[in-house]
Write a protein that binds this ligand. Structure first.
Ligand SMILES: [Fe+2]
Length: 385
């Protein structure tokens, strides 16, 4: 039995502790939620022996949409938002994620109405859940802003006045641009989703292009200014050309989410902007929208961060999937893409590696063949999964 005095304090020994730069046998000593010592090549008698299992830092997830299917499990069905938040949190924690940026969208890209009402319900539920002290992972907000939407700057401004936001991303899903520069891919997506005729789609796409030409630039300027005024980290989204990266540099963007080409990823990485790709892209062996493969970017040495995007468990699977890519730096380098690098890109210097003075966010991983299985998870030394 754990007594209140034990909470946040423990000693774990693993033959495979993954440090930031290497794998080693070590005893990790935790007091009051903080790692106080990493005794390499030493097994303390009073430490819990993890056998053949690995010990890695708790994962840091910057972009997950996975709250959405918990809140809206069917197109017209809304689940109780507080129940959705707790169920989602449990899945996040059991995927080894100890710090999560819940992605919430504002603005519309026409495949769904503006999320304003659901957004506020969910945001209030997250706040309420945090207030109970019962959430397993450490939750922050990533506000995803669709630039060419009417009123998006005002919507973001009133959101920031009510809720704490740590990351804002700037998206533009206009047909013929970025993620959908091959317009046919967007047509296929809409055909499947809406059943609109070709003539209706022509009209819809023409409307969206006209709206982007009219309000895209002023909205972008407004959102960038808002983020800088509030001291919030900025991410660009679906960068395709070097011009997009030049814009990001001018806008002081720190993360490039899902660049669609090697050129854009290379330019971002060279400019010191962290390149984030979807872990499902690694696991599935390519992009679902036909864009650049994350493994190719890793091989080119320009992939910095993985994100689980829409499948929480993909984060750990994606990281392990990168360990044999030569430019990544072995398992330690692969694990950095889901721990230290996303932490640093969002200004969190207190976590993301197993080292003295860091938060004791830890994951015990068993290997089943080549598959990592999350066996135990601690956040600040407390067992959460
Ligand atoms: Fe996108």
């Amino acid at each position: 039995m754990t007594t209140p005095d034990d909470i946040g304090s423990l000693k774990l020994f693993s033959r495979r502790v993954v440090l930031a730069d290497r794998e080693t046998a070590a005893t990790v000593v935790v007091e009051d939620g903080i790692i106080v010592a990493v005794e390499t090549d030493h097994q303390r008698d009073d430490a819990v022996d993890l056998g053949d299992d690995l010990l890695i830092p708790g994962l840091v997830e910057l972009h997950t949409d996975h709250l959405e299917p918990h809140y809206q499990p069917r197109p017209k069905v809304h689940w109780d938002p507080l129940s959705a938040v707790f169920a989602y949190d449990a899945q996040i924690a059991s995927s080894g994620i100890t710090t999560v940026f819940d992605s919430l969208r504002i603005g519309s890209d026409d495949d769904r109405p503006t999320t304003a009402d659901g957004l506020l319900d969910l945001s209030e539920a997250i706040e309420m859940a945090k207030g109970t002290g019962l959430l397993r992972s450490d939750h922050h907000t990533h506000l995803r802003c669709e630039i060419p939407s009417r009123g998006v700057v005002e919507e973001a401004e009133s959101y920031l006045a009510r809720f704490d936001v740590r990351l804002m991303s700037l998206m533009d899903h206009t047909p013929g641009q970025r993620q959908f520069r091959d317009e046919e891919k967007l047509r296929t997506y809409y055909r499947g989703k809406t059943g609109l005729s070709e003539a209706d789609l022509d009209q819809l796409f023409a409307n969206r292009r006209a709206r982007a030409a009219e309000i895209g630039e002023p909205n972008k300027r407004g959102l960038v200014a808002l983020a800088h005024r509030a001291g919030i980290a900025l991410a660009s989204h679906d960068d395709t050309f070097e011009d997009h990266v030049a814009e990001s540099v001018a806008d002081r963007v720190s993360i490039a989410e899902f660049p669609t080409t090697v050129e854009a990823a290379r330019a971002s990485h060279a400019a010191g902007i962290s390149v984030l790709m979807g872990a499902p892209n690694v696991v599935r062996g390519g992009s679902h929208s036909g864009n650049v493969s994350a493994v190719d970017l890793a091989a080119a040495g320009v992939l910095d961060i993985l994100s689980s995007d829409y499948v929480p468990i993909s984060l750990i699977h994606g990281a392990f999937g990168l360990r044999d890519v030569p430019a990544v730096g072995g398992l330690a380098g692969a694990i950095q893409t889901v721990t230290l690098k996303p932490a640093l890109a969002t200004g969190m210097t207190d976590r993301g590696e197993i080292a003295a003075t860091k938060r004791a966010d830890l994951v015990r991983v068993a290997m089943v063949g080549t598959q990592p299985v999350v066996r135990e998870v601690w956040r600040t030394g407390r067992r959460i999964a």
